[in-house]
Design a protein around this ligand. Structure first.
Ligand code: CTP
Length: 402
C-alpha cells in the first residue's frame, strides 16, 4: 500500500533513537506521504533540524513563533491538517506531557489539537520503560485511543539489553501502511454526493432557495475520501472553503442542473448520497427581465421540481447503494420511513429540527439512521465530521456491501 496523498505529522523528541527518525522520514516520503516534522527542543541535541527538513522537504518546526515578525506556527491548523500524528521516538518526558495534557511546546500543543489518529513509538532505557509511572502514562494514552508502537527488545544505548529500543523504522512504516489500508474500505469505489441548497431563479437577479450550508455533505465527502473512495460531488451554491481539487467537483445552481449532472454519473457509481436540500418547487417561468414592483401583490406560479433521489432510485441497480437524508419537523421517524421506501434508499439519515445543535448552518448534528433492513441507530449531538464517520460505518453494514 502506498501513502500517496496522506499527510503525516512526524514528531521527534529527545532520545538517542532520534537518529532513526531520518530513516523513517525517508521511508514515509518514499511511500508517497507528505511529512511535517515537529521537534521537541531536546530532539535537536540528537539530530539536526536541517537533516529532517531536507529529507521531509519542509522546514522542521519546533517553536510556536516562526520568526521575529511575530508570525506563529499554528498548532490548531497543523493538528487539523494531519491524517496521522506519529511521534517516533517519543521520550518518557513527552509521554508524560501527552498523558497529562501539558502543553509547553509546539509538539504537545499540536497533540492536543489533533483530531486524527495518533501513533506513538516510545524509546528509552530498560528500567525507564518498565517504571510504573511510564507504564501508567502509556496505559492512559491507550485509553485516549492512541496506538502505542511498543518498543522492541535488543541492545540499548546504555549497554543494557532488553525492551526499550524504538520500533525499527521499517516496522513503523508497515504499521502506518496497515493503519491506512484498514481505513481504505472504499478503495476503488465511486461515490456520488449531492449537497448544498439549490437556487431556483425567478428573474435574472432573484431566486428561491433554503438555508442549507453544505456542511454535512462536505463532511461526508471528506470522510469518503479518507476511506479511499473516488468522490464525485455535485454541489449547489455554498460559501464554505473547499479544496475542490481533492474531488471530482461540479457546481450547479438549480435542481434541474443538479439532476442532469447526477443523472450523467449515476450508472457508474457504487454509492450515491443525496445530501442536497433540493428546492421542491421552482417558478413555472423565469422572467427574462427583473420583475418590477408595479402591483400591490404578486403571485408566482411554482411547479414541482424533479425529485432527483426518487428518479435515480427507480434506476438503482442491485449492486448500487443509495443513501438519503430527511429533515422533518413532525412525525419524524414515520415520515423518514416513508421516504426510505418511496425513494428506494438503503438507508436514510433523519435530522430533526427539534434537536438543539442539529440541522442547517450549525457545525454539529444529531441524527437518527434508519436502514431499509429495519435496523436503527441514534447518534448524540456531535461535530458533523464525527456524524459523517458514523454514517460511513453504517454504510459498511449494508448487505450489498458485506
Ligand atoms: N431529494 C432529491 N430531490 C428533490 C427532493 C429531495 O434528491 N427534489 C432528496 C434529498 O436530497 C434527500 C431526500 O430526497 O435525500 C429527502 O428530501 P426531503 O426534502 O426531506 O423530502 P421531500 O421528498 O422533498 O419531502 P418533503 O419536502 O415533502 O418532506
Amino acid at each position: 500500500m502506498s501513502l500517496i496523498g496522506k499527510k503525516i505529522i512526524l514528531g521527534v523528541t529527545g532520545s538517542i533513537a532520534a537518529y532513526k527518525s531520518a530513516f523513517l522520514t525517508r521511508l514515509l516520503i518514499q511511500s508517497g506521504a507528505e511529512v511535517q516534522i515537529i521537534m521537541s527542543a531536546s530532539a535537536s541535541d540528537f539530530i539536526t533540524p536541517l537533516t529532517l527538513a531536507t529529507l521531509s522537504k519542509k522546514p522542521a518546526l519546533s517553536q510556536f513563533q516562526k520568526n521575529e515578525t511575530g508570525e506563529w506556527n499554528n498548532h490548531v491548523e497543523l493538528g487539523l491538517w494531519a491524517d496521522l500524528f506519529l511521534v517516533a521516538p517519543i521520550s518518557a518526558n513527552t509521554l508524560a506531557k501527552f498523558a497529562n495534557g501539558s502543553c509547553d511546546n509546539l509538539l504537545a500543543a499540536t497533540y492536543l489539537s489533533a483530531r486524527c489518529p495518533v501513533m506513538l513509538a516510545p524509546a528509552m532505557d530498560l528500567d525507564m520503560y518498565q517504571h510504573p509511572s511510564v507504564r501508567s502514562n502509556i496505559q492512559k494514552l491507550e485509553s485516549y485511543g492512541d496506538k502505542i508502537l511498543h518498543a522492541e527488545s535488543g541492545e540499548l544505548a546504555s549497554g543494557l539489553s532488553g525492551q526499550g529500543r524504538m520500533m525499527e523504522p521499517e516496522h513503523i512504516l508497515a504499521a502506518v501502511e496497515d493503519f491506512f489500508a484498514s481505513k481504505s474500505d472504499f478503495k476503488g469505489k465511486k461515490v456520488l454526493i449531492t449537497m448544498g441548497p439549490t437556487q431556483e431563479a425567478l428573474d435574472p437577479v432573484r431566486y428561491i432557495s433554503n438555508h442549507s450550508s453544505g456542511k454535512m455533505g462536505l463532511a461526508l465527502a471528506h470522510a469518503f475520501l479518507q476511506n479511499g473512495a473516488e468522490v464525485y460531488v455535485i454541489s449547489g451554491p455554498i460559501s464554505l472553503p473547499v479544496d475542490k481539487d481533492s474531488f471530482r467537483w461540479q457546481d450547479v445552481k438549480s435542481a434541474r442542473e443538479m439532476y442532469e449532472a447526477a443523472g450523467a454519473l449515476h450508472a457508474q457509481m457504487d454509492i450515491c448520497v443525496f445530501a442536497a436540500a433540493v428546492a421542491d418547487y421552482a417558478p413555472a417561468e423565469i422572467a427574462p427581465e427583473k420583475i418590477k414592483k408595479n402591483s400591490a401583490s404578486l403571485s408566482i406560479e411554482l411547479v414541482k421540481n424533479v425529485d432527483i433521489a426518487a428518479k435515480l432510485g427507480a434506476q438503482k441497480k442491485q449492486n448500487q447503494i443509495h443513501i438519503g437524508f430527511a429533515l422533518e419537523t413532525e412525525n419524524e421517524v414515520e415520515n423518514a420511513e416513508q421516504k426510505l421506501s418511496k425513494k428506494n434508499f438503503d438507508m436514510i439519515v433523519l435530522n430533526s429540527m427539534k434537536n438543539a445543535g442539529a440541522g442547517f448552518q450549525v457545525d454539529t448534528n444529531k441524527v437518527h439512521i434508519l436502514h431499509a433492513s429495519g435496523v436503527a441507530v441514534e447518534s448524540d449531538v456531535a461535530p458533523k465530521n464525527q456524524i459523517a464517520k458514523l454514517i460511513i460505518d453504517q454504510i459498511k453494514n449494508i448487505p450489498v456491501w458485506v
